[in-house]
Design a protein around this ligand. Structure first.
Ligand code: NAP
Length: 231
């Protein structure tokens, strides 16, 4: 059955791999980002997110108007931000918080009442969700928050199933401009394939780590459909 899938952060890396998969399966797919990857079969919506909350929210409102009927939100937007907390200025902190946390909350808040079927969420976090790093304080905080957002939304009986996928290092443009050795990192196609597999089947909530060296999946928690929603 054809589904309507919104992939925020679908213009590159893991999100783009997921978009290719869902387009190939015949679904209606919209991808967002800053640069259009011109993926045949997908709609691209430019959604640059920075320190301005007003610009972010008006972009999200336009997106929802332009691409109605979303049944699945895949949230893969994220960027590398390194620096001790006193090295991150207000613009940097606001941008990270908007990209990592406020935008997915605003999207879920708007999409839930409009969704033709209970809204399904697939949230891409990071090993930074559960690994504190001095050089990634805001990034790690938003990833931990995104994981908790997913775990909380699943307790809303009006929301469909929720997958929280926490990958370790992936060989993508995320690392552009750094001298990080990405040779042993996860392949984005493999990561997307695991996310698709983890998201299928009957469950209410699933939280999984995608680990490297060797590449493997560790399902941390699954709640089935008999899980009683706490309202
Ligand atoms: N790569 C890793 O090692 C790694 C490890 C763990 C978790 N993750 C997480 O996995 C997810 C996917 O990352 P990836 O590796 O696929 O990285 P990627 O190739 O750099 O893709 C990131 C996506 O987010 C979008 N994006 C980033 N900052 C944005 C902003 N300020 N405004 C609008 N769009 C923005 C990018 O858009 P444009 O390209 O169009 O600008 C792109 O679509 C992210 O949430 C990341 O935090 C990555």
């Amino acid at each position: 059955m054809q589904k309507t899938i919104l992939i925020v952060g679908g213009s590159s890396g893991v999100g783009l791999e997921l978009a290719k998969h869902y387009v190939a399966e015949g679904h209606r797919v919209c991808i967002t980002g800053r640069r259009d990857p011109h993926l045949p079969g997908a709609v691209f919506f430019s959604l640059p997110i920075g320190a301005s909350a007003d610009e972010m929210l008006s972009g999200i409102d336009s997106l929802i108007t332009v691409f109605p009927g979303v049944q699945t939100l895949v949230y893969s937007m994220g960027f590398l931000q390194r620096g001790l907390i006193d090295a991150l200025d207000s613009q940097a902190l606001l941008t990270m918080t908007h990209v990592g946390l406020v935008a997915p909350m605003a999207l879920a808040s708007r999409l839930k009442p409009l969704a033709p079927t209970p809204l399904k969420l697939m949230l891409v976090t990071s090993s930074s969700q559960y690994t504190p790093r001095a050089q990634e304080p805001a990034y790690a905080a938003t990833k931990a928050g995104l994981g908790m957002l997913g775990a909380s939304l699943v307790r809303d009986s009006g929301i469909g199933k929720v997958l929280v996928a926490a990958p370790s290092g992936i060989r993508t443009p995320f690392w552009s401009g750094t001298d990080e050795d990405t040779s042993t990192m996860l392949d984005p196609g493999w990561v997307a394939k695991q996310i698709v597999q983890l998201s299928s089947g009957a469950f209410k909530y699933r939280y999984a780590k995608l680990l490297r060296n060797p590449a493997r999946v560790e399902v941390v928690e699954t709640l089935d459909n008999s899980f009683a929603p706490i309202t």
